[in-house]
Design a protein around this ligand. Structure first.
Ligand code: BGC
Length: 377
């Protein structure tokens, strides 16, 4: 089989010609505060914060495009957030060990102001995926650039302890919902962070060992309880799929692209959730349950690695078609909503849905970078 690096495809050419790649880099750079934090969306008040989840994937995309300064500024910001909370983490872990399980609101926050403050008021804060994904993105950046570890080892040690202790607790998922469940995507993000630390030579051996043991435990649990009829499922005990599960395969690598469970998971997501763009999950009512740009990009990224060039082209073309005249990509589009009767309620609450969303731009950038690096099959 000939393996050639794809320098261009019709969709890539279109993205270059319409300036969407440049626009994406600009939207992200403009959305980075002097602190290093990335705002989730500069125009949607509810998203005027920095999320570890969004930010980790955004920093990863910038790193893939050689924007190392921006990526590292974000990593330093995250390290500072965790460093300031090491005592709190130690306390949470100690409580869990003596059987006094902390309440969700006692845990680290999901989002912070870009200055690094904890936001006032209620938010669905107990979400561990972002902290795991951050460790994964940090390791990927160092692997890619060969630059020395800039984050204090004490921060990694603390976070490994925290994630290992609470990985098997129910928590809010990627979509900040369903606190009562153990979510497969969340567990795999934690696994990815721990697995990344376990194999990093710069991390002290005892921390690596603890990370490896915890990662192995998560793998066993997901393989035992997170697979139904050969497919990953949304949470342990569910039979539904969620499009965030694509990330478990690409880029996080919990399953190889051609593992039978990966193939069945993708098949279900394609059949049930991907009419053109990609829905989050069938019961999604947020802004009517539209089609998400970042999820179309995750799926395209899977297909890059699986060598399904035609599907990559379709998804990239769909994504390009969602940009406005200034090159802004939204969070979701209202075409073919799953539950259109819910749209008005959300618009009344928070205004029109977010655009631009930095995470949407980041995922497009990651697919583009990977497409140009991955030999065709
Ligand atoms: C999504 C989260 C995301 C946040 C900020 C929420 O609506 O459910 O996944 O982190 O927006 O973009």
């Amino acid at each position: 089989m000939t393996r050639t690096v794809r320098t261009t495809t019709p969709a890539l050419r279109h993205l270059v010609e319409t300036g969407l790649i440049e626009a994406s880099l600009r939207v992200i750079a403009d959305g980075q505060a002097p602190s290093g934090a990335f705002v989730a969306s500069p125009t949607f008040a509810t998203y005027d914060y920095s999320w570890f989840r969004d930010g980790a994937f955004i920093a990863d995309a910038m790193s893939r495009h050689g924007r190392h300064g921006e990526a590292e500024a974000f990593h330093r910001w995250c390290a500072g957030i965790v460093a300031d909370r090491r005592d709190r983490i130690a306390d949470l872990v100690a409580r869990a060990r003596r059987g006094d399980l902390p309440a969700p609101e006692d845990h680290l926050r999901t989002r912070y102001t870009v200055e690094g403050r904890e936001a006032d008021g209620f938010w669905e804060n107990f979400q561990l995926d972002g902290y795991g994904t951050w460790l994964w993105a940090l390791r990927e950046h160092h692997r890619r650039t060969g630059r020395p570890l800039e984050v204090p080892v004490s921060v990694i040690d603390s976070l490994v302890e925290y994630l290992a202790t609470f990985a098997d607790e129910p928590s809010y998922d990627w979509w900040e919902e369903h606190l009562e469940h153990r979510h497969v995507s969340t567990m795999v993000c934690i696994w990815a962070g721990l697995d990344a630390m376990a194999s990093w030579e710069d991390v002290p051996p005892d921390v690596r060992e603890r990370a490896a043991a915890a990662a192995a435990g998560i793998r066993d649990r997901v393989e035992a309880d997170g697979v139904v009829d050969g497919s990953l499922v949304k949470w342990l005990g569910s039979t539904a799929v969620d499009a965030s599960l694509v990330a478990c395969i690409v880029p996080l690598g919990f399953l190889d692209v051609d593992h039978p469970i990966a193939l069945r998971t993708i098949e279900r997501i394609e059949e049930e959730l991907a009419p053109a763009g990609v829905h989050r999950y069938l019961d999604d009512v947020y802004y009517g349950g539209g089609q998400w740009i970042l999820l179309a990009a995750f799926l395209a990224w899977y297909h890059v690695r699986a060598g399904n060039d035609e599907r990559v082209e379709e998804l990239l073309t769909w994504i390009a078609g969602t940009a406005d005249a200034d090159g802004n990509l939204p969070e979701q589009v209202a075409d073919g909503m799953l539950h259109p009767d819910h749209l008005a309620r959300w618009e009344a609450k928070w205004g029109p849905s977010a655009s631009p969303l930095l995470w949407s731009h980041a995922m497009l950038l990651s697919v583009v970078a990977d497409l140009m690096e991955t030999p065709s099959r």
